[in-house]
Write a protein that binds this ligand. Structure first.
Ligand code: HIF
Length: 292
């Protein structure tokens, strides 16, 4: 099976990498007032997730090992539209630290973005190896945004997540926005889309959501000022009986959300990486917590 992670070989032998230096370089690159809402953070979180969310626990293939989104078949999957911007953004960092693998770099960038935008610490281990074009996963492994709870469960159970973890992960939509020229959807989930918080959950319950009448794909808008959006998959956290209590808990308790998100997102970005390949957790300090 060409997709088997065991066929992934690394040309270079593992070298010493100063991961905190890589982290700091990414942190330093996040702000750009000309890009979107002023930060590359959200699209880097999406890159880390789409690189990892292809994992299939039944075959063991897919996942963050390999960074196969570098290659045409996977880069061109509809779900990955727009992520070329995230990959291109990290290219100068890869040039500066050539010894880090793309698969480690992309997941580390996701961690950096969550942490620097105000989120919790995310445990991260190094050791992913870059694969080649034969390791690309088939299209269709990432979720469709216009579907309901059954679809979300199918996709995330395949990765090995349970209902509580699905809800915790979903809070990442506090960050960023939908783009009509990428997914076809439009708008941010909350008013401060470059700040990681539990606002996504609070707004899910505190705002009234109605279907937006427009030419684009089906999405919801908030009644108050119609400037925010939810996908059908987001609304499932309120309409599904099993998802709802967890989402309500996170709306009221940001600490509980941060703690559970940290574990679930860490699990996501290590999917498919053989444990023997991985280092011990690498401490990656937020800039604000580093000695001046
Ligand atoms: Fe997203 N997600 N996501 N997502 N996502 C988009 C954008 C972001 C889904 C659909 C979309 C997760 C789960 C799901 C981020 C992070 C995570 C977009 C818009 C769509 C359509 C893309 C665009 O047009 O630019 C679906 C259906 C999911 C399953 C429920 C994760 C939990 C929330 C796993 C996750 O971490 C981030 C960040 C963005 C914003 C990207 C940006 O460029 O601003």
């Amino acid at each position: 099976d060409p997709n088997d992670q065991r066929t992934i070989k690394d040309a270079a032998s593992p070298k010493e990498v100063d991961y905190q230096a890589v982290y700091n370089a990414i942190a330093d690159s996040l702000e750009d007032e000309k890009y979107d809402d002023g930060s590359y953070g959200p699209v880097l979180v999406r890159l880390a997730w789409h690189a990892s969310g292809t994992y299939d626990k039944n075959t063991g293939n897919g996942g963050s090992n390999g960074a196969t989104m570098r290659f045409a078949p996977e880069a061109n999957h509809g779900a990955n539209a727009g992520l070329e911007k995230a990959r291109a953004h990290l290219e100068p960092i890869k040039k500066k630290f050539p010894e880090i693998t793309y698969s480690d770099l992309w997941t580390l960038a996701g961690v950096c973005a969550v942490q620097e935008l105000g989120g919790p610490y995310i445990p991260w281990r190094a050791g992913r190896k870059d694969g080649n074009v034969e390791n690309c996963t088939p299209d269709g492994r990432l979720p469709d945004a216009d579907k309901g709870a059954d679809h979300i469960r199918n996709i995330f159970y395949r990765m090995g997540f349970n209902d509580e973890e699905i809800v915790a992960l979903s809070g990442a939509h506090a960050l960023g926005r939908c783009h009509t020229d990428r997914s076809g959807f439009d708008g941010p989930w909350q008013y401060a889309p470059t700040t990681f918080s539990n606002e996504y959950f609070r707004l899910l319950f505190d705002e009234k959501w109605q279907e937006r009448k427009w030419k684009g794909p089906p999405q919801f808008e908030n009644k108050t000022d119609k400037s925010l959006m939810m996908l059908r998959t987001d609304m499932a956290l309120v309409t599904d009986k099993a998802f709802k209590p967890t989402a309500q808990k996170y709306a009221k308790d940001e600490n509980a959300f941060f703690s559970d998100f940290s574990k679930a997102f860490s699990k996501l970005i290590h999917l498919g990486v053989p444990t023997a390949q991985l280092s011990e957790p690498v401490p990656l300090k937020k800039i604000e917590d580093q000695a001046p």
